[in-house]
Design a protein around this ligand. Structure first.
Ligand code: FAD
Length: 449
């Protein structure tokens, strides 16, 4: 098996494959020369200088008993089952997993494109200018985009909190093409976040697609403009358009619900490289798991391959009680959904973890780092060695997510959440083991023959 890419999706595929197929497959990871995997950092880390969260990539690949080729995937020749690397090497495969991510391109020319930790220094320099009163108007801009939108709201809220704490004469605004804040997360999330923005003194400009920033003027797509000193925007992702792989107009790879690339035998893709309408770590790892199950079954392992869930769901920390949110992430015409069970939702059992998140200013859980069942324990081990991260509480939050899934009637997702909780924290308590039995029964009775 050749896995191209060693980000969240590629590594989850590697570890899931090793867990299911054990010694049945030989794995080669084809990825550029990074020494470390830099976990996508929580937005909170843009505000404080902390040692980078990293995992030794070579050690991780070796621990999964895989080989590593330091190079880039250049082209795929599915007829001869071989890939060509950027430096011209030819590598044969029986099964190929493409997990090379997307290519961030600036979405608002002239703005600071925030792609995560690598842009944190530039973001901190902007904060220094704000604190030194050299600038006073910052806009956080979100054009119509396939990017995960939550980080932009987190950045705006945390900047506003800094402004309030230091009593700075500054104005923080969000300028977005959306018709409601965090529109894709549904109306309940929208109204919770609107209250939070209001309380934090963040101005909200809806239906105002930011187009470009030049000379202190943020031009809007509809023709209006806003005078600001700085603009921060999330980048837009483009697909890599790899030679030999079918792609959509933006270069993203088309896949089916098992991660197979239609028309190509034994070629799969997972993560941001695929043509899904939302780019999210939880979806990336779910796709990687589905691919790993399919390849493991073909290799003779006793695994029942499952299609990946097209739902991204998690907890939004807009107030003391986290809001459970579900998003349809694949169908482009999908409506945001909120699951509702009968009776009141299950109580919050992990108050301390919730408080830690609220204090840290993060809005969403799970972060991409802890989304993958097989990668999560490695991410948590990395987090434990660092002071600013909330490594503990992951199991409690995963169980909370499972309860909410089940309450909403999605027993398949609830059972997946229990798998993750077990992978993070070891065997389930008798209480949750009993729930698992009940949820399995419920799923079996609900499934058609
Ligand atoms: C600011 C920000 C915050 C985010 N916050 C969250 C969050 O809280 N929760 C969440 O779930 N998601 C979040 N996301 C989205 C999440 O980070 C991505 O969905 C996730 O990283 C996708 O994983 P991936 O493995 O597909 O791609 P990547 O993580 O981009 O990994 C791709 C890998 O492939 C390698 N590569 C590139 N080209 C080639 C090639 N030609 N050959 C071989 N290897 C190659 C790269 O070096 C890289 O290692 C956030 C994104 C941003 C920008």
């Amino acid at each position: 098996v050749v896995i191209a890419g060693a980000g969240v999706a590629g590594l989850e595929a590697l570890l899931a494959l090793r867990a299911h197929a054990r010694g049945r497959v030989a794995i080669r990871v084809l990825a550029p020369g990074e020494a470390f995997l830099h976990w996508p950092a929580p937005v909170a880390e843009a505000f404080e200088r902390v040692p980078a969260a990293e995992a030794d990539l070579t050690a991780l690949i070796q621990s999964a008993d895989a080989e590593r080729t330091v190079d880039l995937l250049g082209a795929v020749d599915a007829d001869t089952r071989a890939v060509r690397t950027r430096s011209g090497e030819r590598i044969g495969y029986d099964e190929l997993v493409v997990a090379v991510g997307g290519r961030p391109v600036p979405s608002v020319p002239g703005a600071l494109a925030f792609r995560g930790q690598r842009d944190a220094p530039a973001f901190r320099r902007m904060l220094q200018d704000l604190e030194a009163r050299r600038i006073s108007r910052i806009a956080f801009a979100l054009p119509a985009s396939n990017a995960w939108p939550v980080p932009l709201y987190e950045l705006a809220l945390m900047t506003a909190a800094r402004v309030a704490a230091l009593r700075l004469p500054a104005r923080v605004s969000i300028v977005t093409a959306e018709q409601a804040p965090l529109e894709r997360l549904g109306p309940m999330a929208g109204s919770a976040i609107a209250q939070l923005l209001d309380a934090g003194g963040v101005e909200l400009h809806l239906g105002a697609g930011p187009a470009s920033f030049r000379g202190g003027v943020l031009a809007l797509a509809g023709g209006g403009q806003l005078r600001v000193d700085r603009v921060v925007a999330l980048p837009r992702l483009r697909g890599p358009a790899i030679e030999g792989l079918p792609a959509d107009a933006e270069g993203f790879i088309l896949i089916d619900r098992h991660g197979r690339v239609p028309g190509l035998d034994r070629v799969y893709a997972a993560g941001d490289v695929t043509a899904c309408s939302l780019k999210h770590g939880g979806l990336a790892t779910a796709q990687a798991d589905a691919v790993a199950e399919l390849i493991s079954e073909r290799a003779g392992a006793p695994v029942q391959p499952r299609p990946f869930p097209t739902i991204v769901r998690g907890l939004l920390f807009a107030d003391a009680n986290p809001l459970y949110v579900r998003i349809e992430a694949v169908r482009r015409d999908a409506e945001p959904q909120q699951a509702r069970g009968d009776g009141p939702p299950p109580p919050v059992r992990c108050r301390r973890s919730v408080e830690a998140h609220t204090r840290a200013g993060t809005l969403w859980w799970p972060p991409s780092t802890t989304a993958g069942c097989y990668l999560a324990p490695h991410a948590d081990a990395g987090a434990r060695s660092r002071t600013s991260r909330r490594a503990d509480g992951s199991v409690a939050l995963t169980l909370l997510l499972a309860d909410r899934d089940a309450w909403g009637g999605d027993h398949a997702m609830a059972l997946r959440a229990l798998e993750c909780a077990e992978s993070l924290g070891g065997p389930l308590s008798p209480h949750y083991a009993a729930r698992r039995r009940r949820w399995r029964q419920a799923l079996a009775t609900a499934l058609p023959e």
